[in-house]
Design a protein around this ligand. Sequence first.
Ligand code: NAD
Ligand code: UD1
Length: 335
Amino acid sequence: MNILLTGGAGFIGSHTAVVLSQAGHEVVLLDNFCNCRKSVLERLEKILCKALPCVEGDIRDTTLVIKTLQDYKIDAVIHFAGLKAVGESIEKPIEYYANNVQGTISLLEAMKSSGVTTLVFSSSATVYGDPQYLPIDEKHPTSATNAYGRSKLHIEEMLKDVANSGADWNIICLRYFNPVGAHESGLIGEDPNGLPNNLMPYIAQVASEKLPHLNVYGNDYPTVDGTGVRDYIHVVDLAEGHLAALAYVQHHKGWDVFNLGTGHGISVFEMISSYKYASGKEIAYQIKGRRTGDIAECYTKVDKSQGILGWHSKRSLDQMCESSWLWQNMRNDSV
Ligand code: NAD
Ligand code: UD1
């Protein structure tokens, strides 16, 4: 299939590009490079031994998206493009709704006018809010406490309406848990601008002595050791989840949603210990107060994605930390 990846030069998009391309799909990237470097294209070429076509532009440029869909005879779209920093979304809600919601409307208009009706959308476990029960299944009630989460919920609702509109749409929303790690080559990975917000990229920078210590946000949660527990998933497993979702969505009309995670919760202390083992470095940390908006514990029920998509995660926590450490050491090398 010919597949367009919006935001395809970003963290999850670039790993998915590798997996789809290696599975025999023709992959086209569309990215405005607002949160990634152009050097990712050379790195992808190095991994794949071929260059992937990449259109530089914004998904809100409907004319450009239409031209891209037609030029490359696109059969399906995976929609990664969006802004994703929770704190920033609270300060800049208009930018978040404009980019995420308006951007998706523009993409849908372009798809409709080009007759492309198959779409996989990057949603997030953030739409479950504070979990009412664990593990979280797809029927868990949804809610949002910030503009980022609400933009994901708005888009999901919009996609449901589009799928129910009587047209021929095949749409899947994938709710990712906590994607971490990097490609085994160490050539692509997560490349946050400035101070990392998320746990693993922060630990990676402590291990490489770019940051003095990790702040552990809370050790008094009702969890295994008092620290926050999350369902971390290797980004290559997540990328393989997109391959499975694509195979399914082609033959299923309407709208559906799947959680992508491992089903296992890992605490901050467990993550520190595993990263220390993978890197051979001390991870200095200080206990701080809880971070506003944080939840105690979150992990998915895997039955739906396993049963229907036939997909499950394969890579261990050690592999997540090892690949992150390799990427941390190689990311500044030029290719
Ligand atoms: P990322 O920032 O690395 O990738 C997003 C890409 O989209 C970037 O390359 C950026 O330049 C591009 N982009 C943003 N706005 C654009 C626009 N208007 N037009 C064209 N390109 C645009 O983020 P990621 O971690 O790869 O996340 C991909 C998707 O998955 C996002 O929608 C995000 O909300 C969602 N998600 C991510 C996580 C996570 O922890 N990384 C968790 C849940 C959901
Ligand atoms: C964050 C986002 C969420 C997004 C998810 C994946 C917030 C409030 N939520 O969630 O919307 O879907 O990332 O991208 O930002 N921690 C520390 N020290 C740190 C960083 C994190 O102790 O420096 C702890 C947190 O308190 C938490 C765990 O590590 O218990 C994971 O944090 P993080 O990686 O930011 O992910 P989420 O909180 O799940």
